[in-house]
Design a protein around this ligand. Sequence first.
Ligand code: GLC
Length: 611
Amino acid sequence: MKTDEIFEERLKRHHDELRWLYMELYDNGDMFAELCEKLHAFALEREQYLMELDREREQNPEWFRGNDMLGMMLYIDNFAGNLEGVKDRLPYLSSCNVNCIHLMPFLESPKGRSDGGYAVADFRKVQPKLGKMEELAALAKACHKQKISLCMDFVMNHTSEDHEWAKKAREGDGEYMSRYFFYDNPSIPQAYDRTVPQVFPTTAPGNFTYLEEMGYYVMTSFYPYQWDLNYQNPRVFNEMMYNFLYLANQGMDIIRIDAVPYIWKKLGTQCRNLPQVHTIVRMMRMICEIVCPGVLLLGEVVMEPEKVVPYFGTVEKPECHMLYNVTTMATTWHSVATKDIRLLKKQMDIVNGLPKDYLFLNYLRCHDDIGWGLDYATLEGWGMREVEHKRFLNQYFTGRYGASESRGELYNDDPVTQDARFCGTTASMCGVESALYEKDEEKLQHAVRMDLMLHAYMLTQSGIPMLYSGDEIGQLNDYSYKEEEDKKEDSRYIHRGKFQWYLAKKRTEKGTSQEQIFSGLSRLEEIRRSRNVFRSDAAVYTYDVKDDSILCILRENEEERFIGIFNFSDGERTAWMEEPGVFQDLMTGEERKLVNVTVPAHGFIWASKAK
Ligand code: GLC
């Protein structure tokens, strides 16, 4: 079939619904016709090898659901200097078993006003220090040769104030002003502020920024230099879709739609998760399937579970292919601090009860802070009240509570709501940093054990595990951001340090913490990808072992029964259980019984039995 025919066929499949939704939102037939023409043009521009990949993936729509999937997110400059460097380092990533790389924002963004690259000034230009667009395309090609998928961010809620549109708007050009939210007096901004919560209450308070020279207020939900785009304007939607497709055509496999719940605004609401957001995401999904069906949508929805799940859409009308398992991540750290797994068990039961085709990305740490979005209704029943509990968690993880060995810093410590969030690397939160500082070998062993236990737990969940670059060698907090003028106010940089290649070398030196974590993780990853029981379609349950510090997870398919036991307490504990038969301990290879199993402090067991 010719490219044109393939396009026509794909368009035909979605045309009516796409048109329906577009007209519902914009009621503008000309703009819809323009969109369709552009979709055609982008489809024709797609490189031959990507078109082939599209067809392969259409025939094998489960391609990204295998248990061999393992992601890693990294900053290009921190990891390897520039795009060329990342290409040179692909062998290292493969040695980490990684087959999906999330490149953190790398598009043109003004220094000092970039929000870690999340303030994009040009959607079609790579930051010069990182390379050129052609190098991105070349990296994508090199990745595909090695069966590595590439993911990038599409920051669609806002542009940088240095974006061409923003510059023209600032000059008073009405056409461009209408792409943002401008008000010439404070009454509407004030009305919004009454119902819209703040994203950065301390580092960037308020949802609007007053532009002195213009005499206008502009909506800035995030930092003042990130201007919210107005998706009520079809020109914004169309142009942003063209940017999206341009980036997809560089060879992206996954596009992470950043801060997607925020993209539609309506006075009198919280401006989060409005129904029109879902209309837009559904349209994006169809646009992908028409132009680049090999590309997946990853939604960044950092919200409570009831808000997250709708972004999968329905079976007939899917939206995102995958979403972050954010509540499980936060609840995991809550369990570390409280040594109480009851909430985690409950959370896992909720996730395990969802349809198996919902694919989550599981992670312990990412580039952002940890917000304590927990199920407080349940916690209150157990005597943990929200404000006090958040305070406890923050004290715990900053190492100021009891025997806590965690290290890290608060983020957006809001004096009004007392709602601080937390930043730090996995290893530092597990106590590796303090143990190394104190040169305390026993503490170090304990911390490394906790680090591996948490990774083992994360890898036990269904979905795609996502590592944060550096975690594979237990990288510590990096305090050097405090010396950089444009970073010092944003403590998220504490866990966005340069990758320490000299420490990475120690991953082969027996007995170092780097070696223990790296080899422990490798072992877990190899086990995970070699056993079908880790596939997303396996049945997964939690198992009550009569100890609130021990989480027990069962995975089962027709061939195998797998049991993971995770001790969240700092003492040796017993998992009270009686499993018939003999299991194989997957970490040691030895045979063992699973009857009242003793697990060391912060230790874990992965065991399996053929059926
Ligand atoms: C997302 C990013 C975060 C950024 C925000 C604004 O939440 O993960 O780092 O600050 O979007 O774009």
